[in-house]
Design a protein around this ligand. Structure first.
Ligand SMILES: Nc1nc2c(ncn2[C@@H]2O[C@H](COP(=O)(O)OP(=O)(O)O[C@H]3O[C@H](CO)[C@@H](O)[C@H](O)[C@@H]3O)[C@@H](O)[C@H]2O)c(=O)[nH]1
Length: 449
């Protein structure tokens, strides 16, 4: 019997996700038409023997989260529960705090997944690896280029045995091109080292409490306190994947992740992809060359799907309740949410349009996210600049995307927060518009507060 834990964090994290995280908790932000963590849950539910999925975080359980959990339990016919930390306990503290719940029923092993990653989640393969040679910790790893590897946990492995010999979290100089994907398979023994860290922290915490410097004795950093400390002791192993993988830290990376998942739907959920019909709307075939998919993904599709199948469908998700005019042209990489209205002659590509938004006739929306209930007036153009990984580097990932460089706002995707109103015939370029703004003119390269 198996279980899975999804680390969903809490409200003060995810600041690079603003203004989108104002409306729903980041783990529920729709990526390729479904909440971000639904992709995790779907992958877990497919592993034979999965008994329970636990979400651990420090969000107050609000209505969207409760509704999501109820719907997911029904859809996947599995217990899916939210366990709330009393304070942010770090990536390992919640696992230790809720150890009794995790180990209840005696699981053979449990998966631990960071919520803010997009992946094809090769969980069954990880399970095979674990069953073949059980160890307390199995990490999923992928490769990154030298510069970008510094933004992740870096792993030095023994290439023959795949034992993790050395682990450094976000090093300041190059350590290894193998990075931690934030996807793990732990055996129940993995909780013992967490207990040791907890007890050590308790003692140190008692010493330091009086100075007020101690962040919280229950906090455990899985990466530094456990992986770095135990590397080279025969307890941690890595399984390398060349499947799709990306972090979802910012709105730009959510759009990129949406593209990866929409492409993956051709194999996993073809029914979720809109098909071009004579009655319209016109679903634009993705032009593989100009789409600049990173070669990692091209490799992946090369292995699993004939390239021709990429050309048949336009990688567009349309919620069944959305109203799309027949003359609209959509795709590639477009997700249209619940109750959205798309007018005649609209052109939409590389964009996410959220719940209840309206794009009036002949608007053009490119590389943008249109927030819940926003309206874009007719003939307006909303456009952003993609910050996709370098397509010529097979090991490239999204950059960590700070908004500013040398005091200047960097060109990035355009984001309209919720209930923004864009008038007719204006241009909104490379801008972030905060919720509830009613604009009256064009804007370029601005954050509109
Ligand atoms: N429950 C809970 N979850 C947390 C907490 N802090 C973070 N998380 C969750 O843990 C995951 C990791 O978050 P970060 O702490 O922001 O780490 P990171 O910068 O994303 O780096 C981690 O992930 C990378 C892969 O995406 C790894 O490369 C890296 O080594 C590390 O594990 C996210 O899903 C986040 O929501 C906490 O206090 N409590």
């Amino acid at each position: 019997m198996l279980k899975a834990v999804i680390l969903i964090g809490g409200p003060q994290k995810g600041t690079r996700f603003r203004p989108l995280s104002f409306e729903v908790p980041k783990p529920l932000f729709p990526v390729a038409g479904v909440p971000m963590i639904q992709h995790h849950i779907e992958a877990c539910a497919q592993v034979p023997g999965m008994q329970e999925i636990l979400l651990i975080g420090f969000y107050q359980p609000d209505e969207p989260l409760t509704r999501f959990l109820e719907a997911a339990q029904q859809e996947f016919n599995l217990p899916i529960r939210y366990l709330q930390e009393f304070a942010p306990l770090g990536t390992g503290g919640g696992l230790y705090h809720f150890r009794d719940q995790i180990l209840a029923g005696g699981p053979e092993a449990f998966f631990v997944l960071n919520a803010d990653v997009c992946s094809d989640f090769p969980l069954s393969t990880m399970l095979d690896v674990h069953r073949h040679q059980p160890h307390p910790f199995l990490l999923l790893g992928t490769t990154a280029n030298r510069t970008q590897s510094l933004n992740y946990g870096c792993i030095v492995e023994n290439p023959q045995t795949h034992e993790v010999l050395h682990y450094v979290e976000k090093p300041s100089t190059f350590v290894s091109d193998i990075i931690n994907c934030g996807i793990y398979l732990f055996s129940p023994e993995a909780l013992k080292p967490l207990r040791d860290v907890f007890q050590r922290n308790q003692q140190d915490g008692q010493l330091e409490d009086s100075s007020g410097l101690w962040p919280g004795a229950g906090t455990i950093r899985l990466e530094q306190d456990v992986f770095s400390a135990l590397a080279g002791q025969g307890q941690i192993y890595v399984h390398l994947t060349d499947g799709i993988w990306s972090q979802i830290k910012s709105a730009g990376s959510a759009l990129y992740a949406s593209r990866l998942y929409l492409s993956q739907y051709q194999l996993t959920h073809p029914e979720r992809l809109a098909k071009h019909t004579p009655e319209g709307p016109r679903i634009r075939d993705p032009d593989v060359k100009s789409q600049s998919l990173p070669s990692l993904n091209q490799m992946w599709f090369g292995v699993f799907a004939p390239r021709s199948s990429l050309l048949l469908l336009g990688n567009v998700y349309i919620h069944p309740t959305a109203k799309v005019a027949p003359s609209a042209v959509l795709g590639p990489n477009v997700s249209i949410g619940e109750g959205v209205t798309i007018g005649e002659g609209v052109r939409l590509r590389e964009s996410i349009v959220l719940h209840g938004a309206t794009l009036q006739e002949h608007t053009c929306v490119l590389h943008s996210i249109v927030g819940w209930g926003s309206t874009v007036g007719r003939w307006a153009r909303v456009e952003g600049t993609p910050s996709d990984p370098n397509p010529n580097d097979p090991r490239a990932h999204m950059d960590s995307e700070s908004l500013f460089k040398d005091g200047k706002l960097l060109p990035a995707i355009t984001i309209l927060g919720c209930r923004v109103r864009i008038p007719a015939e204006v241009l909104i370029l490379n801008s972030i518009v905060l919720p509830h703004k009613e604009l009256s003119r064009s804007f370029t390269n601005q954050i509109i507060l």
